[in-house]
Design a protein around this ligand. Structure first.
Ligand SMILES: NC(=O)c1ccc[n+]([C@@H]2O[C@H](COP(=O)([O-])OP(=O)(O)OC[C@H]3O[C@@H](n4cnc5c(N)ncnc54)[C@H](O)[C@@H]3O)[C@@H](O)[C@H]2O)c1
Length: 336
């Protein structure tokens, strides 16, 4: 195992740094490497929505409360905004900015934001000789059978395709620039502090937690005991990002626990932890072609990144619960 990187004195760019995972990275560096220069670049939320009603971007200033690094409001889709990043010389770039909502079907905006803008981020990395860690996704696999394995992708929506195209772009870039490190992380279903402002696209851990706290039975699709996902706690996501910064980690890696759990498990664990017995309110699943089972094959991530998931679903929910409760009382359960 290589010795940990000292990020103090490094200049770190976090795109999408006002979002869920990006903001946790920003806080992580501030807490552990106070001498690092951390720059958050995010377009934040404007109130603009897509036709299905969800916000175009979820970045929220409250995710950055307590963060004292630099914050730049800008879009990765606008060259004049990206030009502001040329004033720096980055050592590390964590590229989280994206349309993260898997139900956006406007292909033009998804491919522009997730793929074309990534090419510009890679050009920036090339100029600065920066190490890049970027967010890919389990959505690249579509409904491929579990365990989902690198090399067996079949995306089934524009979002999943965009992440797959990012991986291919990164792969070509790495071939042309073998001395630079570009690592893609295929997050499975991440949950934890910082996701509240994603509203309806936040994890079911948070949504069910708030339903239970409001005294109503958790609402789940029928047969939710058989709908399985690989739920990964934010601290393990951060662990993967940090380990991906080690030299020569170029490639794409799954980031999950390697274990599939059901949505019913989440509701049951929450009720156990909260001491409630509200039962479950089942309703028919309105989606056709709904993914029934994900489970990350993390063998390559373990082997090459030395990644070891530390949070079972039970442990992650327990660690997250104080924040779920705080949001419920302080934010009045309204992510505006
Ligand atoms: N959370 C998960 O479970 C999960 C799973 C797989 C992949 N991912 C990927 O991880 C990354 C982070 O996801 P997240 O859950 O933190 O989502 P998020 O929506 O909270 O974060 C994305 C951030 O990017 C910003 N952004 C969007 N468009 C932008 C633009 N044009 N210019 C600048 N900033 C822009 C948003 O304002 C937001 O703050 C995304 O790339 C997402 O696709 C997340």
């Amino acid at each position: 195992m290589s010795s940990p990187i000292d990020f103090n004195s490094k200049t770190i760019l976090i795109t999408g740094g006002a979002g869920f995972i990006g903001s946790r990275l920003a806080h992580y560096f501030q807490r552990n490497y106070p001498k690092a220069r951390v720059i958050v670049f995010d377009c934040f939320r404007s109130g603009e929505t897509f036709p299905h009603g969800n916000l175009v971007s979820f970045g929220h200033y409250k995710n950055l409360l307590g963060f004292s690094g630099e914050v730049i409001c800008g879009s990765i889709n606008r060259s004049e905004d990206l030009a502001r990043l040329h004033d720096y010389r980055f050592d590390y770039i964590f590229h989280q900015a994206a349309i993260s909502d898997t139900r956006v079907y406007n292909q033009e905006i998804v491919i522009q934001t997730n793929v074309n803008a990534f090419a510009d981020i890679l050009a920036l990395a090339k100029k600065d000789r920066a190490t890049v860690v970027y967010a890919s996704s389990a959505a690249t696999y579509g409904s491929q059978p579990s365990p989902q394995t690198i090399g067996k992708e079949r995306p089934e929506n524009p979002y999943g395709y965009s992440k797959y195209a990012m991986d291919q772009l990164a792969n070509r870039f790495s071939r042309d620039n073998p001395d630079l490190s570009v690592t893609g992380l295929r997050y499975f279903n991440a949950y934890g502090a910082g996701e509240f402002y994603k509203a309806k696209t936040a994890s079911m851990v948070l949504q069910l937690g708030h339903q239970i706290l409001s005294g109503t039975a958790p609402r789940l699709f029928e047969h939710s005991d058989k709908i399985m996902r690989d739920f990964v706690y934010i601290d393990d996501v951060i662990q993967a990002n940090i380990k991906a910064c080690q030299p020569k980690k170029t490639g794409v890696y799954n980031v999950g626990t390697g274990i599939a759990r059901s949505f019913q498990d989440i509701a049951d664990i929450l009720q156990r932890e909260l001491g409630t017995d509200l039962g479950t309110d089942y309703f028919p699943n309105p989606y056709t072609g709904y993914q029934m089972h994900t489970q990350a094959d993390i063998s390559l991530t373990q082997r090459y990144l030395d990644y070891q998931p530390e949070f079972t679903l039970e442990k992650g929910i327990k660690a997250y619960l104080p924040e779920i409760k705080r949001l419920f009382t302080e934010e009045n359960n309204e992510p505006v």
